[in-house]
Design a protein around this ligand. Structure first.
Ligand SMILES: [Zn+2]
Length: 223
């Protein structure tokens, strides 16, 4: 059956012959000199393919890095938003010291609690609430400061001192660098207080205090 040419095949052969063509002989394909000779074009194509694969791998690695950076930035954005900064995380210079609080005694008040004018802004919050650094700087003092209780001083690059007073616990040590919104301690009522709150002071160049409320507003925040 197989050895008998089928009419359709015969017709094809006839057509090809008419067109001056011939069906390839099974023994005429794969001439040895063609298969052995290195095709320079094919080598180029293979090299290009390797380059494309390498580039795809490096792009994939870059994408993974970008994803990790996006996730870190999203996490950072959420942390900063918790402390009152909703702008670009890369442009933040200051945040609020607590996630939630009630503003109590303001700057410049006078009264029996203070020897002179009230030198800071009070933020009432439950004892143990997380206090974060309002700005990046270096911790320059941690310890008992009499009426200020357990006080942490962070000195900013421009020399401004930020005081965090009446804390229950300090979570940083002198000499340590802190970034904006880094945890530094917890709300307490150590020192001269009538209840748990954070007393925040801002002292440009380590001198006389200025109103922390205005200072925070000046940094783009809404205390
Ligand atoms: Zn106070």
């Amino acid at each position: 059956m197989l050895s008998v040419p089928r009419p359709a095949s015969l017709l094809l052969v006839a057509l090809l012959a008419t067109a001056g063509l011939a069906l390839p002989s099974p023994r005429a394909d794969a001439a040895p000199e063609v298969s052995v000779r290195q095709d320079p074009h094919q080598a180029e194509v293979l090299a290009l393919a390797r380059q494309v694969r390498a580039r795809q791998r490096s792009l994939a690695a870059l994408n993974r890095q970008a994803d990790a950076r996006d996730r870190a930035l999203m996490g950072r954005r959420a942390v900063l938003a918790t402390y009152g900064w909703t702008g670009d995380p890369e442009r933040v210079t200051a945040v609020l010291p607590l996630a939630s609080y009630t503003l109590s005694a303001g700057f410049g008040l006078t009264g029996p609690l203070w020897e002179a004018e009230h030198g800071g802004q009070d933020f009432s919050a439950p004892a143990g609430e997380q206090v974060v650094a309002v700005a990046a700087g270096t911790v320059t003092d941690v310890g008992d400061a009499g009426p200020y209780g357990l006080r942490t001083v962070v000195t900013l690059p421009d020399g401004t001192e930020v005081w965090y007073c009446h804390q229950t616990d300090a979570e940083v040590v002198a000499g340590q660098a802190v970034d904006v919104a880094d945890p530094i301690g917890t709300v307490g009522s150590t020192g001269n207080t009538t209840g748990p709150h954070l007393h925040l002071e801002v002292r440009p160049d380590g001198g006389a205090p200025v109103d922390p409320y205005d200072w925070l507003v000046g940094a783009g925040l809404t205390p």
